[in-house]
Design a protein around this ligand. Structure first.
Ligand code: THU
Length: 146
């Protein structure tokens, strides 16, 4: 997997996009507002926020919302970077890393284009930078079914 193309990603702009996305979170139940921003090789950025539901277990995470949005716009790879930010009532706190389901959802899009995106996980006082393959080692993906 090629993971070296991050020179094209403006990390700080991506973080700002994720923060802006978090302002659109619909999280009346947990009050935990999350925003995610995806950066693509063509320079485009697609964002998402978490969308909760009165049936609590149906909540959609920010990262999954962003991937669904991007794929509905035609994305099938080219994922170079992801920024994730969140906190209670929108206030930054501990670093937010993608949940297990979101890691798998991100992996589908990444593997389609053969990239291993950098994931910037934001907290109030730190940014954790990890490769998707660090968050989801030995991933099962589309290549397994080809
Ligand atoms: N959430 C995300 O949007 N992304 C994550 O990676 C972790 C959790 C959301 C789901 C739910 O709406 C709220 O945060 C509390 O779990």
């Amino acid at each position: 997997m090629g993971g070296g193309a991050t020179v094209n990603v403006d990390r700080d702009a991506l973080i700002r996009a994720a923060r802006e996305a978090a302002s659109h979170a619909y999280a009346p139940y947990s009050r935990f507002h999350v925003g995610a921003a995806l950066a693509f090789a063509d320079g485009s950025v697609v964002t998402g926020a978490n969308v909760e539901n009165a049936s609590y277990g149906l909540a959609l995470c920010a990262e999954t919302s962003a991937v669904a949005k991007a794929m509905n716009l035609g994305a099938r790879g080219g994922l170079l970077g992801v920024a994730v930010i969140g906190g209670m009532n929108g206030e930054p706190g501990p670093v937010v890393t993608p949940c297990g389901r979101c890691r798998q959802v991100l992996n589908e899009l990444a593997q389609l284009g053969g990239t291993d995106p950098l994931i910037w996980c934001l907290g109030a006082d730190e940014v954790l930078e990890l490769r998707l393959s660090d968050l989801l080692p030995h991933a099962f993906g589309p290549a397994n079914l080809s």
